[in-house]
Design a protein around this ligand. Structure first.
Ligand code: NAP
Length: 287
């Protein structure tokens, strides 16, 4: 069985490759990457590296040749319509190359009424997969926990947690745990052809999160949300990204980012790491 992981040089991709190498010999693993230089550490281990930009259906088809199970991690390309074209190239290439299982790595913000400015992309992907002829699994990731530990020093300095989500909750999970579950889905055929929502064991209100961050940083942090506009202006990095970012918190303020499921435990046989343990450990590493 040949496994192929796209965007394998990204933060999530690297974690999935590391997880994959615990179970499969390097010669059965292919990485489809835009910049092969960034995958040198895996090439040294005997993993096959194929170069392909999502903009080229032809390069993707060549990279997918001989693949049985494809794990497709989308890029961060904006706007949605540009990312849709990248995905379209990949799904056409997958169809032409006879991929046996297309595992799409998505995001929880895919609801029909979700105001997140990338949700049109996820809407298209669902319909395209459902109406195509490649067997597929659709995975909805919860919000990454990973940005929180490096953000904590700034929050402690401000003494404020700023997310504009009113009294709603957010469901977090680390990239490491996501990689663990995603790789099990890839390896186990009994888990194929399905849909999963990967989350931590509970969702967090912003008051709970502020309390947790205060405990960990030993500094008082209170939940004082900014307005959407203030938040978009403060975190407009790179320029123009603020309104996109804040649209995700608009979705959260509607209660759309609070889903908690038992999928992670059902897939891996264990609970995803709790956010408090995760942040405590990772924050310590940064001190
Ligand atoms: N759950 C969440 O909270 C959350 C948050 C943010 C994003 N996401 C989603 O998570 C996914 C990836 O996350 P990440 O943390 O791994 O992001 P990342 O570290 O920025 O990685 C992005 C990857 O996409 C590759 N890429 C970008 N443009 C490409 C193109 N035109 N052709 C081929 N490859 C291209 C990059 O290649 P290079 O190494 O060559 O640049 C890199 O490997 C994205 O789908 C994103 O929508 C989820």
């Amino acid at each position: 069985m040949i496994y192929n992981i796209t965007a394998a040089t990204g933060n999530l991709g690297v974690k999935i490759v590391e997880e994959a190498l615990k179970y499969i010999p390097p010669k059965n693993l292919v990485l489809t990457v835009r910049n092969p230089d960034k995958a040198a550490q895996f090439q040294e281990k005997g993993v096959q590296i194929k170069q392909a930009n999502y903009r080229s259906e032809k390069a993707l088809a060549a990279a997918f040749d001989g693949t049985d199970v494809l794990i497709y991690i989308p890029s961060l390309t904006f706007p949605s319509v540009a990312r849709i074209m990248e995905f379209e190239n990949a799904i056409v290439a997958a169809e032409n190359m006879g991929i046996k299982q297309f595992i799409f790595i998505g995001f929880m913000a895919d609801h029909g009424n979700n105001p997140f400015k990338m949700s049109p992309f996820f809407g298209y992907v669902q319909r395209r997969l459902a109406s195509g002829n490649v067997p597929y699994t659709y995975i909805r990731n919860g919000m990454y926990s990973d940005p929180l530990p490096p953000y904590l020093a700034e929050l402690a300095k401000r003494g404020q947690l700023l997310y504009p989500v009113a009294d709603q909750r957010i469901s977090f999970i680390s990239r490491k745990d996501l990689a663990k579950a995603i790789m099990q889905i890839a390896l186990r055929e009994d888990l194929h052809n399905s849909e999963y929502t990967l989350t931590g064991p509970k969702s967090w209100s912003m008051n709970e999160l502020a309390e947790l961050l205060s405990d960990i940083s030993r500094t008082p942090i209170i939940y004082e949300p900014l307005s959407n506009q203030q938040f978009a202006e403060l975190y407009d990095e790179p320029k123009g990204f603020g309104p996109i970012l804040v649209s995700l918190y608009e979705a959260a303020a509607m209660g759309l980012m609070a889903e908690v499921t038992e999928d992670f435990e059902r897939i891996t046989g264990e609970k995803a790491e709790d956010l408090s343990t995760y942040i405590k450990r990772e924050y310590q590493k940064l001190l």
